[in-house]
Design a protein around this ligand. Sequence first.
Ligand SMILES: Nc1ncnc2c1ncn2[C@@H]1O[C@H](COP(=O)(O)OP(=O)(O)OP(=O)(O)O)[C@@H](O)[C@H]1O
Ligand SMILES: [Mg+2]
Length: 463
Amino acid sequence: MVHSYRVLIVDDEQVIRFVLHEALAKEGYEIEEASDGEEAVLKVRNNSFDLIILDIKMPKMDGIEALKAIHKLNPRIPVVMITAYGTTKIALSAMREGAFDYFTKPFDVAEIRIIVKRALEKRRLQKQIERLETQLLQEHRFEGIVGTAPKMQEVFALIRKVITNDVTVLICGESGTGKELVAQAIHYHSLRAKNPFIEVSCVAIPETLLESEMFGYERGAFTGAHHLKPGKFELAQGGSLLLDEIGDMPLSLQAKILRVIEEREFERVGGTKTIKVDIRIIAATNKDLATAVKEQTFREDLYFRINVLPIYLPPLREHSEDIPLLVDHFIRYYNQKLGKPVKRAAEDVLNIFLQYPWPGNVRELENVIQRAIILSTGETITPDLLPPNLHSAPVITDISTLGDDFSIPMPERIQAITDKLEERMIRVALKKANYRRQETADLLGISRKSLHNKMQKYELFDS
Ligand SMILES: Nc1ncnc2c1ncn2[C@@H]1O[C@H](COP(=O)(O)OP(=O)(O)OP(=O)(O)O)[C@@H](O)[C@H]1O
Ligand SMILES: [Mg+2]
């Protein structure tokens, strides 16, 4: 036998155990028995089961207590309760405690077989999900997505959540934070993996072109349409479609997209035949869509439709603890690709990396490493191999050590730390806003006057 399910039957009455044992052994299950709650919990602790059938009324530990104890050990094993006739109330409270189902004594063997089958089917799906999950989190790396920071772990947890269903996913994050990488990871680990992953970028294409790109066109739809051409929605059939930079999509197209998302159907440009598609939609954007909705550049209804499950990718400066890991990752990758012997980045280089605000996020870091490896002649990446703009990044004392100097009274130390933080925030904001003062002030949520004063305080004018 390839694999048989293991079922634990728990009842204090031997006759009941016997009848159930007979009925289920016939189905090819492997059966174990326990005659009270305590024994059952012990068995669950020491063995693995796929299903537990649990009598509610038993001496020592009763069924409900046993159910709780079993779920503490493993919340994922389905438990089916056996109740005496007329005690449905207790059975219902067992359901509230997370029992899968229940049946009443005297019972009908055929009914039990059906309940057991259903419970085991649930168990099988559960196991499939568990397998996918463990595959996913090996060494914190997942399909080349590196990150051990809590914010990245949250991202991984969300990816895990969406790979087993078809929910529409919205991936938000600044440029270069890995939105496309995450979209691919979702597709290639989902049940649609064998079907196509298609991308369409909504940015920088004239509206009519974008429309025929997405929906395709019929022959003769417009001058130059010599053949029928399927669009991206059609090409993604059975798979996933990434609508990249959805925040840049023209309003009129947004209405058309909304229909495809809601109805999963559309017509080609110049066509009348309605085409049905079975696809998962993943949208990505570096815009703040909520603001876009307020500014009326993005349809509110479309926003609600795609914002079912947002995944927010943090900017690199918010998970700089991952920088050494990412550096390692890219060194290995580009070494191999470029046939170079580089082994590491020098300590100084890492220090520079940790100070730098990385406005271009992981993509910028990747480019910096690639460049350094191309230029390198030895085994170590040294500061001279870095682009000049990284050097000019101001060195900020590591604030975490500022708190360790007990020769200074605490209030002053706290002041020093907040000053450093404030200075860093202003530097990051300045860079992000391309040194435009009003935008920087808006980003920080302070007045222009106050920004001016703070910049003077931290001597930030000639940066
Ligand atoms: N966490 C990560 N681990 C490893 N590589 C990453 C990670 N995040 C991003 N990258 C790499 O950085 C580069 C940029 O990522 P990606 O294209 O996914 O960014 P994006 O968010 O789609 O950017 P944009 O908004 O500019 O399109 C890619 O080469 C990608 O492989
Ligand atoms: Mg992208």
